[in-house]
Design a protein around this ligand. Structure first.
Ligand code: ATP
Length: 433
């Protein structure tokens, strides 16, 4: 049985990992850590929840500890919350070595970040839009510091390489040493040709590893996937009924929706029906987003209603159920959303609400993941649903009325206008969803 030390990780780091009960490397870690330590670039693909973060963090921290200098590594991620989570992991792993980590994400104080960057943190964990702003406007120290970066990581590389992020990504990368003077590490659960292509572009050797499974199924084997046929107008009643049923009333769940307004309506509706609920979407101020996630992580809220700002990378071990209340257009989004449960070998369930207009999307998802969903059997009694329906309809009507009183949509328009005039190109609409 291999352990982290046998992969070349120094004792201090193996001890830190052991203290977190991380003793036996996962498949992706076993293969990628030695290759990254040998100086190669790396493209790593493995299912959600399979330990990709440590696959890049461990070799970076190992090399850094040999000569702990400033601006050693830059990790780019698509969402603010994921950046914060990765920063927490680096901070925890490197605490015995006095590591300094800077989180550089939108929605937080730019001046404070600029001061932190001037102090040359060892690692910067950033979203591309905000770092691009610092690259454009940063002082001499920041520019010089970024030129010393030894490692660049694109976590969730497939989405970072889409058009949404391209101009900011180019700006961030332009501030770093040339490609062959740094190590480039790309990781994702949903490999694309665009990511693979990068292997061919470099002059340095690149190690590419995709964890294969015998059955070629793209989701964790411990994840149960079900569907439930639901008429559009009664989705809220079904959701309430399931979340408050005997089987699920004590389970922690993330409910994914496609629009921020749906997230807000559901949060208000479920709250008035006495479900401990929090939400996460782009129309919330960053402080509220952070607080919501803290409440959910700490189990103060049992249900998190979220848009796709929460679909990638978030690691919350208590999550037992993911509900796809709306079906995503992109099958890869289904993989990431559902992967918020059944992590690190734990069991989990993903339930998709399917209306007649979603049938094609479900077929595309099943083809992508190479597995058929099964029909959900947890709701049998239509009389119970009918009873829930009148309660839920009243609660929903009140939620919509209160949102209208508070000009929910209007606030967003004003926020967007303010952001675009204050920050130029730093707002990233789709990932502030
Ligand atoms: N070797 C290990 N042994 C036990 N647990 C591990 C090991 N490596 C990582 N973990 C834990 O597994 C969980 C999932 O890891 P991580 O968040 O890195 O997954 P991921 O592959 O990046 O998933 P995603 O694709 O969803 O981002 C974390 O809680 C992490 O601490």
């Amino acid at each position: 049985m291999s352990d982290f030390k046998s992969l070349g990780v120094p004792k201090w780091l193996a001890d830190s990992l052991n203290a977190m009960k991380i003793t036996k490397p996962t498949e992706i870690q076993k293969h990628c850590i030695p290759e990254i330590l040998s100086g190669k670039d790396c493209i790593g693909g493995a299912k959600t929840g399979s330990g990709k973060t440590i696959a890049f963090a461990a070799p970076m921290l190992s090399r850094w500890s040999e000569d702990p200098s400033g601006m050693f590594g830059l990790i780019l991620t698509p969402t603010r919350e994921l950046a914060m989570q990765i920063a927490e992991q680096f901070t925890a792993l490197g605490s015995s070595m006095n590591i300094r980590v800077c989180i550089c994400v939108g929605g937080e104080d730019i001046v404070k970040q600029a001061i932190e960057l001037e102090r040359k943190p060892h690692f910067i964990i950033a979203t591309p839009g905000r770092l691009a702003h610092h690259v454009l406007n940063g002082g001499d120290q920041v520019v010089k510091g970024l030129k010393r970066v030894k490692f660049l990581v694109l976590d969730e590389a497939d989405i970072l390489l889409t058009n949404t992020f391209s101009s900011d990504l180019v700006r961030c990368v332009s501030a770093l040493p040339p490609k062959d003077k740094r190590q480039n590490l790309l990781f994702t659960a949903t490999m694309t040709d665009q990511v693979k292509q990068l292997q061919k572009n470099g002059s340095k050797p690149c190690f590419s590893y995709q964890v294969e499974t015998v059955d070629n199924i793209a989701i964790p084997s411990t994840l149960k996937i079900d569907y439930l046929l639901v008429p559009e107008h009664v989705k809220e009643a079904y959701l309430y009924q399931i979340l408050s049923s005997e089987d699920y009333q004590s389970k922690s769940a993330i409910v994914f929706v496609n629009r921020t307004a749906t997230a807000e309506i559901l949060r208000r509706t479920l709250k008035s029906l006495d479900i401990r609920v929090a939400s996460l979407h782009s129309q919330m101020p960053q402080q509220e987003r952070t607080n919501s996630l803290h409440r959910f992580r700490a189990s103060a809220a049992r249900v998190l209603i979220a848009t796709d700002v929460a679909s990638r990378g978030l690691d919350i071990p208590v999550v037992q159920l993911v509900v796809n209340y709306d079906i995503p257009a992109n099958p890869d989004t289904f993989i990431h959303r559902s992967g918020r449960t059944a992590r690190a070998g734990r069991k989990g369930e993903a339930l998709s609400f399917v209306t007649p207009k979603d049938v094609e999307r479900i077929h595309a998802i099943e083809e992508r993941i190479n597995k058929k969903m099964e029909e959900f059997t947890g709701v049998h009694d239509t009389a119970v649903i009918r009873k829930a329906l009148s309660k839920v309809t009243t609660a929903k009507r009140e939620s919509i009325m209160s949102m209208e009183r508070e000009n929910f949509g209007e606030q967003r328009r004003v926020q967007l206008l303010k952001k675009s005039s204050n920050n130029g190109n730093i707002s990233k609409k789709s990932y502030r969803r």
